[in-house]
Structures are given as C-alpha cells and as structure tokens.
Write a protein of this length. Sequence first.
Length: 420
Amino acid sequence: MKRSIRVRNQTSAVGTISARQHNLVEHCLLAEPWPMMNCIAARHEQPAAPRNRRGTVFLLRKGDFDVRHFRRQRPAPKVRSAFGCGSSQMEPREAPSKLKRSKTMLTRTSPALLTKPNVATEDAQYFEYTSSANPIGAKLISRVPFCSFSPSLYADGATRVVPLDLSAELGCPGPATGPGLSANFLRINAGDALTLDPNATSQVCYVISGAGSVQQSETSFPFSMGDFFTLPGGHATVLSAAATATLYYVNDAPLLTYLGTTGVHARFAPTRYPAAEAQAALRAVAEQANAGRRNRISVLMGNTNFPHTRTVTHVLWAMFGIVPPNSVQKPHRHQSIALDFIASGKLGVYTLVGTELDRDGNIVNPTRVDWKTGMAFVTPPGHWHAHFNETNENAYVIPIQDAGLQTYLRTLDIRFAHQG
C-alpha cells in the first residue's frame, strides 16, 4: 500500500552558545576530548589564550556532522583534517541532537509596538559606523560554518527528508544550511511518495539512486539515477518512488524567510536534465584539448529563462564537475556559498580549503576534506578551495550555490589562483 509523507517548511527558534557552554568547549580543547560533547581537540602554540587562536576547532553538537570555526590571530597546523585532528577519513556518528537555543531572530514588528501611534520612533536606532559596518568582525552575526555530512544520514530507514540544518550555528530560523539556502537528503522507499511544499522560488534535485516520477501541478516526468531537475516554488510537488530513491535537494526557502515574503510567482517551469545528456556534455568539455589547463573541468546547468546569468534558476547555480585521475584543480574562490555533493570519490580524492593564498598561489594553512561517495560539505563564502585526485579513477562533484542571485547582483566576485 502506498504511503505518502507531506513535508512543509519548519521554523524553530535559534540562538547562541551560552557562556557556560563556551567554557566547557574551551575546557575540551585544553584537556582530554570530552565525551559528552564529542569534542575534537586542536593543537595550539600557546595554550594560555584559547579564545584568540587561529585554528580553534570544536564540535557544537554530537551527530553525523561536525562544525568548525577558525580564528585569525594565531598560526594553525599546515593541514588540518575536516573530520578531526590527524584523521583523514570520515567517522560515522549518531544522528544530531537538538541544541537548546537561547535567542530568536530579532523582530521589530511586535503587536505591542504596532498598536502605538509612534511605532516608527520606537524602532529607530543609530550605530557608530566603524564599529557596526562589519557585523561579522564585531561578532554581531556568525560566519558560515565549515561542515560535512555523512551518507549514513540517508542510507536506510523510513521515507523522509533529512535537513542538513546549521540554523543554530547561523542564528537564523531553520532548517537552513546557509543564510539563504537549505540542503537536504531525501529518501523515498519503493512504493512511497514524498510531498515537498517549501516557501521557495527555486528547488534543485540530483538523483543519487533509484527511480520514480515527479508531479507538480499539470507537469509530470520520470526521474532516474544521475538525473538533475529543477522546480519552481508556489506549488506542491509529489515525488513517487518506483524503486527506492535517494536525492540531494537544495532550495532557497531560508532566503524568503529572511526577506519575510510569501506568494511566490514562478520564473521558470519544471525542468529535467537527463543523466545521459548531462554526462555527454561533461565528457565533451573534458575531451577538449585545453581542458587540463582550466581551473575546473565542469558544465553549468542553464535555463533559457536566465541568459544573463547562465544559471539553473535565477537564484541557484548547479555545476557538474569531474576531477580526472592524478590531477590537481587549482584554487578559486567566490562570495556564494557552495553546498557540495560528492557523486563519486574515494580515499585519495580531497579538497583543500582556506582563507588565504601564499605568493605561489597555494592555500595557506588549509583544511582537508577527504571525499566519500554520497557525502556533502559546505564551502563557506570567500574561502579558497582546490581539488586533488591522487587515484586512477575519475571523481565527480556537484556544487550547488546561491550564485544565480549573486551573479545578478554583481557580487559573485569569483577569483582564480595564478600559479607558476
């Protein structure tokens, strides 16, 4: 008998770590690993000042993913592992637990204020410019955390949406993986259906495995392993699985939540990018004579409605990329967040991520992310990142970003390292 599960946007209060929790985290970094928080200790030059050290690494919650915050004042080890000090492989962990959240996103339109005739002056504030123009530096708003998500999150179990939720760390309503995007794993068991109805303008799916069909309003089409497809918001979508299916799914619901808007008007129609066509397009690019000299060997998914940005939707950007055997793809950076999915990769394929380059175009004090087929990870805005494949097999990556919007706003600021 077919079962159907309906999923709508969920909003929850979020906040910051309490002073007591912060002290406990620092205690973890200075002493032995603390099992209650599953902390990961980092190496330090001077253990007397833990708060002012570059390379401070801590796990905010016990679960299938880890979150790292990097400070700038002190030098860090030359290469750090994304999955713990001295480790080059992902270790499965238990499902994430809920954090107690002490604060909510500030809202200046409370009913009490709206009933007052002078509500405009009630909300007015004034800030000194130099101390307020950089809210990240002033610690008024958090940085986008570096984070990875294990394929064990969707490997088995019931039909469900698995949000890759970092809203507690971002200080915004959830679920959210970045300030404007929400990444998710979908699992739909054979014979089941899953209904998606986010308050979003854009949705992108990549079919990890399985097969089924998509129904949105009057539009329907099949999907199978390796397909990409996009969906506008404003209408519920039903995904039905003929064979157990898993998908990587990203939408821009957090952006609309922040803007406080509903009632989406579709800018494009549901669009399918069949696996065979996408793979053929990538193969054609990879076989070009100068492919090995390019910063990336990839194709961008486009849509005829967005000729100026050449992106998959007006907000989202989706790339299908290959890292050939025994190759290096040089660093680049951009102001869009990258929610990367590893379609294929094994030990010996990895990404180095960092905030600075040396004079030779190499990343300074990088963090290493070892690839594993089916995993996802966040590359924060502005971070340099380079891909390495030390194996004899092709590796494939699918970054999904908010670069459609960033490109339209002329703020993408993509830069490429120049190495001798």
